[in-house]
Design a protein around this ligand. Structure first.
Ligand SMILES: Cc1ncc(COP(=O)(O)O)c(C=O)c1O
Length: 401
């Protein structure tokens, strides 16, 4: 979350005073649009998708989307080795097996790894636009078409980012977003999914609200009734998200201003370069990403940046986002109940479940050489210039004469 204040406070107050805190406001037989439904149509409009469904989280949106795509036992889904663990956990929740793929130097899914890993059981891929950085969607979409894979974009960290002019989350069959506290726009917790396909929207809707088909508001949902859960978002979230959406273009343009200014002013040198970007203009601009030639140089530079007061870190230090720290997955404890554990299911005997020691050497190497320098959307020109000068001094110190 970058910005929040009086407009959100007023909107939440109005929602509370209205006494209507629930998605369905059709209590007296009179259809009224709830705040969360208004957010859904505005988010669909903002992204350019035909349909949007808001849920309680990014994870809930992933589960609803995978369910909508028909993923389940007997299926493999490819996920990158650098993403929040929830991307892979959501696959297990459907009974399918996550296959973990390499990233490339952009810190997003390596299309070559996708191509190599897609096998007869693979039904879908989840490219993740980490830290607002677009994946190589042209290659991913081409390979997925050739291999017959569904594409579910995880844009949880990339609300409002674009790739070749199209909003992240709308290039594949479905896309998901998170609005938890740490995201570009936030309502504390919350999520959304988008798709152009009505059939997928209806199945996702059914999963998001197992009893939804029984509410009079939902007589337009025609998908066959199956047992879903409850991932409904609420009116207080809706009130916050409508205000956050108004802020999003400003947040993105300020982050991107920092990104572009740094791209001009930061001088990579010697063993330090700028990481490649799949779309420098579409990138959300959350950070400047540097790549050192070796881990020692990365550590040296990161130490100097931190000492100089620059907010920077390396993905190698993240517990939650690196596949080798995903204990329930690596040790194949795929569910609380043994009979619900996808790794033990009869239907999954032909799925590849081996997460071998030392797997994904390229991902391990890249994350151990990468530094992410966080941008502040409230920096003015002077802050930007001074920060870039400090970063350059640190780079020069490790690069030597
Ligand atoms: C890439 C990615 N996918 C999925 C999620 C899950 O989102 P949530 O925390 O809203 O469930 C997150 C959130 O941290 C994320 O960063």
């Amino acid at each position: 979350m970058y910005r929040i204040g009086d407009p959100e406070i007023t909107a939440v107050g109005e929602a509370l005073k209205s006494g209507r805190l629930f998605r369905y406001v059709n209590m007296a037989g009179k259809k009224e649009t709830s705040r969360i439904e208004t957010f859904e149509s505005e988010w669909a409009g903002f992204t350019g998708a035909a349909h949007c469904l808001s849920t309680t989280s990014g994870t809930a949106s992933l589960i609803c989307a995978l369910t909508a795509l028909g993923i389940g036992p007997g299926d493999e889904v490819i996920v990158p080795g650098y993403t929040y663990i929830a991307t892979a956990l959501a696959v297990l929740k459907t009974g399918a097996i996550p296959i973990i793929a390499e990233i490339d130097e952009s810190c997003t899914l390596d299309p070559l790894s996708l191509e190599r890993l897609a096998g007869p059981r693979t039904k879908a891929v989840i490219p993740v636009h980490m830290m607002g950085m677009p994946c190589d969607m042209d290659s991913i979409l081409r390979i997925s078409r050739e291999k017959g894979l569904a594409v579910l974009e995880d844009a949880c960290q990339a609300a409002g980012g674009t790739y070749n002019g199209r909003t992240l989350g709308t290039l594949g069959d479905m896309g998901v977003y998170s609005f938890n506290y740490y995201k570009i726009i936030a309502s504390g917790e919350g999520g959304a999914l988008v798709t152009d396909r009505r059939d997928l929207y209806e199945r996702a809707f059914m999963e998001h609200d197992g009893g939804g088909a029984l509410w009079p508001d939902n007589d337009d949902i025609k998908a066959p009734f199956f047992a879903g859960g409850n991932f409904r978002n609420n009116e207080v979230s809706g009130a916050i998200l409508l205000e956050q959406l108004k802020r999003l273009p400003g947040i993105l343009s300020d982050l991107r201003r920092a990104h572009h200014t740094f791209a001009e002013l930061i001088e990579p040198s010697g063993p330090v370069k700028v990481s490649p970007s799949r779309d420098p203009d579409g990138d959300c601009g959350i950070q400047t990403t540097l790549l050192a030639d070796d881990t020692g140089t990365m550590r040296d530079l990161l130490g100097r940046l931190t000492d100089a007061g620059i907010e920077a870190d390396s993905p190698v230090d993240s517990d939650r986002h690196l596949f080798y720290n995903w204990d329930p997955i690596i040790s194949q404890r795929g569910a609380a109940h043994p009979l619900m554990n996808p790794y033990k299911m009869e239907a999954n005997t032909e799925c590849r479940c081996d997460y071998s020691e030392g797997m994904l050497p390229r991902t391990r190497d890249i994350v151990a050489r990468t530094i992410m320098i966080r941008h502040n959307p409230d920096w003015d020109e002077n802050d930007l210039r001074q920060t870039a000068e400090t970063i350059n001094r640190c780079i020069q110190a490790v690069a030597g004469p």
